[in-house]
Design a protein around this ligand. Structure first.
Ligand code: AMP
Length: 577
C-alpha cells in the first residue's frame, strides 16, 4: 500500500465524526492491507508505531519538526515558526510548503514510511537531534502535500482521527465480514494481550479461529480485571455468599512480567513502568521462584518501621522519570501481590481465585518488597464488616471481596470482584473517574489561572466516545488550577470522540483523568452521559476534585456510562429502603 493512499484515508477519517462512518472507512483501509501492513496500520491510525505498552516514542517535539520542515523545503526556520503561529498546526504548514515545492513526489509505501519513522524513533545518543531532523526532512522531500500534513502530525501526537481501541476492533471485524459480529472474539484476544497490531496480524494471516486461540503472552500486558461496587458488607454477602476479602490498597496497580532475568512492570493503564520501580524489578528476580510468571498487585509507599501506608498523594511521587534512585530510597514501595495469571508456560487466567492464590503462595517468597496481600474467607456480614473497619483503621481504602470459584476475567468489570470503600458522607459510595474535556475561563482570582471550571465526562465503550457528566469548580488548589493548562492540550474544535451539548471556553484533548467525589447523581437534560432520545442524561451533583489519576488511568479507563447508571440505581434503592 502506498503511503499516499493511507493519507487519503486519514483525510476521510479526519473529516467524519460519526462513529459508524469511522468504522466503515477504517474497515476499507484495513481491507486493502495485507497481514504485514494491517498491524502497522492498526498502530499508525492511532499515531503510534508499536503497541501502547511499548515505550517507543518518536521523540520529536514542535521545535524539531519545524526544523525538519525548514530543512526539507529550504525555508528559514523563522518563517516556518511564524506560519505555525498563524495556522496553529505544523501539519497544515507542511502541506502548504510541500505544495509550493517543485519536487515531484515519489511513491513511498506505508512500509517505507513506517521503517523511516521507526529508524527516527530508535535514534539515540549524541547527534541524535540532527539525525532525527535530517531523516524526517528527507522523508518529507518525497511526499505530496496531503502525505506531508499527516506525516508530521504523527511525531507530534496530533493525528486526531478520533479512533479508540474499540473502533479499531469493530473495523477489523467489519473489514472481514461486513459487520461487527466478530467484535467479541477480537475483544477477548485484546483483553489478554492489549496489542491491536498483533491481533490484526494473526487475524489476517490465520483467520478468526487463530484469534480465538490467542492466550496470555509474556511481555504483553493483560487488561486488568476490575471491581464492581456495593454499598455494604450485608449487600456483598447477599450478592456473593461466601467470599474472600482482601484489603484495598490505594497505590498503583502493577502487573509484573518475569521472563527469566528480563522483568517488566506495567501500570493499570498498561504503560511500561519498568524503569521507575527498580526495587520491584530487583525483588521480582529474587522473590518470584519461577522462570516465567505474571503476577499482579498494588504498589504502595510503605514505612516498614512504623508499618504505615502512605496516602496515594505520597505514593504518586514515585511516578517520575528523574531522580529515580533517590526517590526509591526515600519512598520505598511494597507490592502487595493479589493475583497471578501465568507461571512457567501455563496460563492461570482459567484457574479459580483459590487456585491462583495457592500458586502465589507456592512461588512467591515474601520479603521487604513483594508481599502477598492478606485474604480472609467468610459468609458472615458481621465478620466482613469488622474486617472492613479494621482495614479503614489501618489507613486503607476499604476492602475488595472476591468470589473464590471464578476465573481471572481480563478487562471485565463484574461481580466476581466487589469493592467496598470508606463512605464519603454523601449518598454515593464511590468516587467517579472523569476525563477533562474542556475548561471554562475563570472570573476574579481564577481569571489569572486561565481556568475557572472544568467540563468533565465519562466514557461510553460501546460508542467509543466521551460524554459530559459535570462541571467542576471546587476541590482544586491554586496550584492545581494553574497546572490544568499545562496538563491539558487545548484543541481548536470539539474533539471527534467528545459528545457534548455544553461548549466550554476551551476544548482539550480528552486525556487527563481525575477522581471526583460528588454528593449524588441526578438526571439532567444538559449532560450527555446516558442521554437517549428524549430521556435526560445523568449528572454528578456537588462535584469536587479528589486527585489527578492521569498517571495510572487512560481516558478509556474512566468510569463508564453503564457504571454511572448503576450507581444512580443503587443510590435510589438506598433512598427507598
Ligand atoms: P477503583 O480504582 O476504585 O475502581 O478500585 C479498583 C482498584 O483497586 C484496582 O484496580 C486495584 O488497583 C486496587 N486494589 C487495591 N487493592 C486491591 C486488591 N486487594 N484486589 C484488587 N484490587 C485492588
Amino acid at each position: 500500500m502506498q503511503f499516499a493512499q493511507l493519507t487519503q484515508f486519514f483525510e476521510e477519517l479526519e473529516k467524519t465524526s460519526s462513529r459508524k462512518s469511522l468504522v466503515q472507512i477504517l474497515a476499507r483501509l484495513f481491507a486493502a492491507a495485507d497481514a504485514n501492513e494491517v498491524s502497522k496500520l492498526a498502530y499508525l491510525c492511532q499515531g503510534r508505531l508499536v503497541p501502547f505498552f511499548e515505550p517507543l516514542e518518536i521523540g520529536m517535539g514542535e521545535k524539531m519538526v519545524a526544523e525538519a520542515l525548514a530543512n526539507a523545503y529550504g525555508k528559514p526556520r523563522q518563517d516556518v515558526l511564524r506560519r505555525f503561529g498563524e495556522l496553529g498546526d505544523l501539519g497544515l504548514v507542511a502541506a502548504e510548503l510541500a505544495g509550493q515545492t517543485t519536487i515531484e513526489p515519489d511513491t513511498l509505501s506505508v512500509d517505507d514510511v513506517y521503517d523511516a519513522l521507526y529508524a527516527i524513533a530508535t535514534t539515540a545518543g549524541s547527534g541524535s537531534v540532527e539525525s532525527k531532523v535530517g531523516r524526517l526532512a528527507e522523508l518529507l522531500r518525497h511526499l505530496d502535500p496531503l502525505s506531508a500534513k499527516h506525516l508530521v502530525r504523527i511525531p507530534l501526537g496530533r493525528l486526531r482521527l478520533g479512533i479508540g481501541d474499540p473502533t479499531v476492533l469493530d473495523a477489523l471485524s467489519f473489514a472481514r465480514v461486513g459487520d461487527t459480529s466478530l467484535r467479541k472474539q477480537l475483544e477477548r484476544a485484546y483483553n489478554l494481550t492489549s496489542d491491536l497490531g498483533y491481533i490484526a496480524h494473526v487475524f489476517w494471516q490465520e483467520g478468526i479461529e487463530a484469534v480465538q486461540h490467542i492466550g496470555v503472552v509474556l511481555g504483553k500486558p493483560i487488561r486488568p480485571a476490575l471491581a464492581e461496587r456495593l454499598p455494604s458488607a450485608e449487600a456483598i454477602i447477599a450478592k456473593m455468599g461466601r467470599c474472600a476479602a482482601e484489603p484495598k490498597y490505594d497505590g498503583f496497580r502493577c502487573q509484573v512480567h518475569k521472563m527469566g532475568g528480563d522483568i517488566r512492570v506495567f501500570s493499570r493503564n498498561l504503560e511500561n513502568m519498568t524503569d521507575m520501580f527498580p526495587e520491584i524489578v530487583g525483588a521480582a528476580r529474587t522473590q518470584i521462584h519461577a522462570e516465567t510468571a505474571i503476577v499482579e498487585g498494588e504498589a504502595v509507599a510503605y514505612n516498614a518501621e512504623s508499618e504505615e501506608f502512605y496516602p496515594f498523594q505520597e505514593t504518586t511521587r514515585r511516578r517520575r522519570k528523574h531522580d529515580i534512585d533517590r526517590m526509591a530510597e526515600e519512598l520505598p514501595l511494597r507490592l502487595f501481590v493479589f493475583d497471578l495469571m501465568y507461571v512457567n508456560g501455563e496460563d492461570y487466567t482459567h484457574c479459580t481465585y483459590i487456585e491462583r492464590r495457592e500458586k502465589i503462595a507456592e512461588i512467591l517468597v515474601e520479603d521487604t518488597v513483594l508481599a502477598v496481600s492478606p485474604s480472609i474467607a467468610t459468609d458472615s456480614a458481621k465478620v466482613l464488616n469488622d474486617y472492613f473497619l479494621d482495614n479503614i483503621q489501618k489507613g486503607l481504602e476499604g476492602i475488595v471481596a472476591k468470589r473464590p470459584d471464578t476465573i481471572y476475567q481480563a478487562g471485565a468489570r463484574n461481580f466476581n470482584w466487589v469493592k467496598l470503600k470508606r463512605s464519603s458522607g454523601g449518598e454515593l459510595q464511590d468516587t467517579v473517574d472523569c476525563v477533562i474535556l474542556g475548561y471554562i475561563y475563570g472570573r476574579g482570582k481564577r481569571a489569572t489561572f486561565g481556568a475557572g471550571a472544568l467540563l468533565t465526562g465519562v466514557y461510553d465503550p460501546e460508542k467509543d466516545e466521551f460524554v459530559t457528566v459535570t462541571k467542576i469548580g471546587t476541590g482544586l488548589t491554586d496550584e492545581e488550577w494553574r497546572s490544568i493548562r499545562e496538563l491539558c492540550t487545548p484543541v481548536p474544535e470539539r474533539p471527534a470522540r467528545v459528545n457534548s451539548l455544553i461548549v466550554p471556553s476551551v476544548w482539550v484533548e480528552p486525556t487527563v483523568v481525575i477522581e471526583v467525589l460528588a454528593d449524588e447523581i441526578t438526571r439532567s437534560p444538559i449532560h450527555t452521559a446516558g442521554k437517549g432520545g428524549d430521556q435526560p442524561g445523568y449528572a454528578l451533583r456537588f462535584p469536587r476534585l479528589v486527585s489527578f489519576r492521569g498517571a495510572d488511568k487512560r481516558p478509556e479507563d474512566a468510569t463508564t456510562v453503564a457504571e454511572i447508571i448503576e450507581m444512580y440505581e443503587a443510590q435510589r434503592k438506598k433512598l427507598v429502603t
